[in-house]
Design a protein around this ligand. Structure first.
Ligand code: ADP
Ligand code: MG
Length: 676
């Protein structure tokens, strides 16, 4: 029926609209990317792996033991490998291979240029990097990381280069503006202490939705020059040194973490933002504190140090074995290093070792830890997002969300007159301009499809994708709500459709003569059904009602109705007087023998004389069956009785019964119309 088709189309459109909205609102659901899709460039793809790089630095003898002729217990073989005496078998040595080995004659510049400098460029790509100095106390960690004014270490060198790089890359006329900030903290006895603000207490470590580790409340000082850096860093280091004096070697019992952030903001549209973090970490001594004879506070410290370094070892092992749970949260240190070990950073571990025999066991254990660490695979990615001024001001009203036509319908007539023009025609405000969703809602589906393909293409090439398709979370929530409302609307429409259908049928039943005056939409289907007797079972319930009313006054009723209530059957004449009750019940027809015979004859005539097209006017006979009947007739001659139909292939005995009922009822109705 025409009405039905119209409603079905509107439902389809609504569904399509809702589907599109959800599609664009939650692109992650469809592409399988993470929650914060914007935050990771190429999030659809897995970032390429970057193994944790491991370098070993052997310091020279420093306490005059060399002069006494003590041979070193470890020696380098080449620029990547070294050997150490095997304590179980003095005839043998244990050999280790790393990404780099720096011998006792290597300079600070060698270590820096060989292992640290190459990873700095990743910061300007919005990726993270970290440098960890590991090893027993006295093996040269602080010397490597900090150095001295005469021999500056990794930290001053990296800061100097990084600031130089950012000045060059962020200068006027360059596409990105760059800024650098620094924070400095130490982890002492599982407490995170801000060295730039010693008064602040233990700070918490958190993880954002991108998987980035952050410390809320940690002081961040902007630095534009190396002088700036020294101005903040030197007093903070003295804080630590003062602590060391008071607590006796506190500095070697805490992990010192210098965090340098490089922020980039694109100067032109689409105003992307990038953030790269560099951790420079001087770890606490990895010596086995059971051998130091520590007591009291020292023992407690040892426990804390050991536990965090012990957890560090467990984390490395879990990563190497691919275990589902990596125990980052078991210590503050590992929690902080979560995105540096097996996470998103380009990481380098510098294991510092000493040549003296008394360090032997700690050296072996440091080398073993370093060897395990080099198996850890990181997957660095670019932290990139749109600037807040682009994303934040999106405020879509419900009307805008449901599209211009829906919004128009929702407005009252007077509002329509004085209301603002359609969003497309209006000079869009800043918020309207930036809302990707608003544009999408009024877009052609074909255009949307192309945008999606483009998005996928750009995503697969490691680029950010089309910005129009990125939708913030809040909008997504609003859309989910809209989806629910659309569902309800569809339900309402379905109900309305049913009502309309019932109305049409009731009208047909009450006054068939009005058919001629009915509107074309209603007239056509009714007229066709009368001629072809071809509208099926649904109407079988309605037709008797029509006949009931027509025949209410007739004493010679030809059609009787059997009323079924559960299992109980009750015969009622057509002049039964409770139509409301009847509507609730299940009806069956009983047709008079005369009418039945007439109907059967008519069907038989049609079977023998009708064309395939005529046959299709019979109930239950479609194109295929009509052709089968015609074929059978040509082959075997005319049907002698209606039941012969069973012999036609594809028509079973069971079907015959319902076939006869449906058709005889229809023909009986025609017969009544003819005679009246
Ligand atoms: P850690 O921080 O591991 O406890 P340090 O960095 O304090 O060890 O080094 C202990 C001592 O060894 C310091 O006096 C330091 O100057 C010296 N030292 C360490 N590494 C070297 C090196 N590569 N060359 C010269 N001296 C070094
Ligand atoms: Mg130290």
């Amino acid at each position: 029926m025409k009405i039905k088709v119209y409603l079905t189309c509107s439902q389809c459109l609504l569904l399509m609209f809702a589907k599109y909205m959800i599609w664009f609102a939650t692109p992650d659901l469809y592409v399988g990317a993470g929650r914060c899709r914007l935050s990771k460039v190429g999030a659809g793809r897995r970032p390429p792996p970057a193994r944790v790089r491991v370098a070993v630095r052997l310091r020279p003898f420093v306490d005059g033991t060399a002069a006494a002729g003590e041979p070193p217990c470890v020696r380098g073989l080449d620029s990547c490998s070294l050997e150490i005496a095997n304590w179980r078998n003095h005839q043998e040595t244990l050999k280790y291979q790393f990404d780099a080995f720096y011998g006792e004659r290597s300079s600070q510049q060698d270590v820096y240029a060989g292992s640290v400098q190459p990873i700095l460029r990743h910061l300007l790509e919005g990726q993270n990097a970290s440098v960890l100095a590991y090893g027993p106390t006295g093996a040269g960690k602080t010397h490597t990381m900090l150095g001295s004014p005469e021999q500056p270490g990794v930290i001053p060198r990296a800061l100097m280069d990084l600031l130089q790089l950012t000045r060059e890359e962020g200068g006027e006329g360059r596409p990105w503006a760059l800024s650098v900030t620094m924070s400095y903290l130490e982890i002492y006895q599982e407490k995170v202490l801000d060295l730039l603000d010693p008064a602040s207490g233990d700070l918490v470590i958190r993880e954002d939705c991108r998987g980035n580790i952050l410390i809320p409340g940690l002081t961040q000082k902007p630095i534009t020059s190396f002088a700036d850096f020294e101005r903040h860093f030197l007093p903070a280091s003295r804080n630590r040194t003062v602590g060391a004096t008071r607590l006796n070697q506190r500095s070697s019992r805490s992990h010192a973490v210098l965090l340098v952030k490089v922020d980039q903001r694109e100067r032109l549209a689409p105003f992307r933002q990038r953030e790269g973090k560099l951790y420079l970490i001087d770890l606490a001594g990895s010596e086995d504190n059971r051998r130091t004879g520590n007591k009291g506070l020292r023992l407690k410290e040892s426990g804390a140090i050991n536990s965090s370094l012990f957890v560090l070892g467990k984390v490395v092992d879990a990563l190497n074995q691919g275990l589902p749970r990596v125990p980052y949260r078991d210590s503050k240190l590992t929690r902080l290093l979560q995105d540096s070990l097996g996470g998103s950073a380009h990481s380098i571990l510098i294991a510092n070792i000493a040549p003296e025999r008394r360090f032997y066991l700690d050296t072996v254990s440091a080398l073993n830890f370093a060897a395990r660490s080099k198996e850890v695979i990181n997957r660095p990615f670019t932290n990139e997002s749109l600037q807040l001024r682009v994303l934040a001001p999106i405020k879509l009203s419900q009307k805008e969300l449901v599209g211009p036509s829906e919004a128009k319908r929702a407005r009252g007539p007077e509002e329509e007159e004085i209301g603002s023009p359609e969003p497309t025609a209006a000079p869009a405000s800043a918020s309207q301009k930036v809302s990707p969703l608003q544009k999408l809602s009024s877009m052609d589906p074909a255009v949307l499809e192309r945008l999606l393909s483009l998005d996928r293409l750009l995503g697969s090439q490691g680029s950010q994708g089309t910005h129009g398709l990125n939708t913030p979370r809040r909008e997504r929530m609003v859309l989910m709500k809209t989806m629910e409302e659309k569902d309800l609307e569809i339900e309402r429409l379905k109900m309305k459709q049913k009502e309309l259908e019932a109305k049409v049928l009731a009208q047909e039943a009450v006054d068939p003569k009005d058919k001629e005056n009915a509107s074309p939409a209603v007239l056509r289907p009714l007229a066709r059904r009368t001629v072809t007797v071809a509208k099926p079972l649904k109407k079988a319930v309605v037709m008797p009602l029509q006949l009931i009313q027509e025949q209410a006054a007739s004493p010679n009723a030809e059609i009787h109705i059997l009323k079924k209530k559960g299992r109980k059957r009750k015969l009622e004449s057509l002049d039964a007087s409770e139509p409301e009750e009847k509507a609730e019940d299940c009806w069956e027809l009983q047709i008079s023998p005369e009418l039945l015979a007439h109907g059967r004859q008519k069907i038989l005539d049609l079977l023998n004389e009708g064309s395939a097209r005529d046959l299709r006017s019979l109930q239950r006979i479609g194109q295929k069956k009509a052709q089968l009947i015609v074929g059978w007739r040509e082959l075997h001659g005319p049907f002698s009785q209606v039941e012969d139909l069973e012999r036609v292939e594809g028509i079973s005995g069971k079907q015959m019964e319902s076939f006869l009922k449906a058709n005889i009822l229809g023909l009986a109705a025609c017969h009544r119309c003819d005679t009246s």
